[in-house]
Design a protein around this ligand. Sequence first.
Ligand code: SF4
Ligand code: SF4
Length: 188
Amino acid sequence: MNHTQISEKLAALPGMSLRVEQITHQVDGCIQCGTCSASCPNLDFMDMTPRRMWRYLLAGRVEKVFASHTFTLCSSCYVCTLRCPRGLPLTDAMAGLKQVAFALKLEPFRRSRLFYDAFMENIRQYGRVREMEMMTRYFLALKHPLIPLGYASMGTRLLKKNKLHPRLPSRGPGKLAHLFEQAHRQED
Ligand code: SF4
Ligand code: SF4
């Protein structure tokens, strides 16, 4: 996806365009020291270092940022935030990028977005994760029968060890629905 295509998608969702501006502002004190990259426990799995990603963001090269999976691999450990010599809120900025990529429904992040949706729906419904139900929701949303097959042996092993407890899904707004609504109101 090139810069024009990303810009068009952002223009169609002004709230997300504003969000990108906010995230850029969050990191505009970056001095490119590389401490965040050197501190990140997930660096080996990233296709671009966090330092480089912040540089692209500050240069307005959003297409480079969203061509990378780096921000989706952030596990919110907060080490970079604690160690950044400029005190920048890097973990929040990473989370912001995930929010934008999911809201824009960018194809490279489809699986991450669907997994996140299934996870959050479980939390809203029960206040905790019911693994079987969450993964069923995820697989149904994927609409790709071969992907669940890849998890079949792990599922069988977990069932044998009595680690999975299939239950009928609950209906209704969910245990934490009021908290979710409050959070949505605060975001608006
Ligand atoms: S640690 Fe902070 S100042 Fe250093 S490169 Fe990362 S974001 Fe920039
Ligand atoms: S908060 Fe995210 S980006 Fe920062 S060090 Fe931890 S995993 Fe890496």
